[in-house]
Design a protein. Structure first.
Length: 139
């Protein structure tokens, strides 16, 4: 089974990496996504896929990694039942956060949705970019 990689954005004052850690092995529902493209990305996630955890607005940095432990299902917060959620569990905190500013400085990351579609809250990350960002996080 080939893993896919994604980036999930959350405002740290709404849901932070520390709250994700406290959710433990049972994980937490990643819900509230109301953009069709982001929802399509949630639907593409498979159990075992890895996601960068990005603090948006406050911080603007990748702070950790979570793992998909339950594939998409109807988002209970969506009264229309059109949108989906996934369940993710904490995997690890990065040694050092990787800032949006630092990502923008790397020419080889210039095609990332994080830069090209900055409003998108759930996005795929190609394996090469995944490796580069992981390397950037090492002290």
């Amino acid at each position: 089974m080939t893993k896919s990689f994604f980036l999930l954005k959350s405002e740290s004052n709404v849901w932070s990496i520390d709250q994700q850690i406290k959710a433990g092995a049972k994980g937490a529902t990643w819900d509230g996504v109301r953009n069709y493209q982001a929802a399509k990305n949630l639907k593409a996630m498979k159990k075992g896929d890895l996601c960068f955890f990005y603090h948006s607005n406050i911080g603007k940095e990748i702070v950790g990694i979570v793992e998909v432990i339950k594939e998409h299902y109807i988002d209970k917060t969506d009264k229309s039942a059109r949108f989906v959620a996934v369940t993710v569990k904490f995997k690890k905190k990065l040694d050092k956060p990787v800032t949006l500013k630092d990502i923008k400085k790397r020419k080889e990351l210039s095609d990332l949705a994080l830069i090209k579609q900055s409003r998108l809250s759930v996005m795929p990350i190609d394996y090469k970019s995944w490796k580069i960002i992981n390397n950037m996080s090492r002290i």
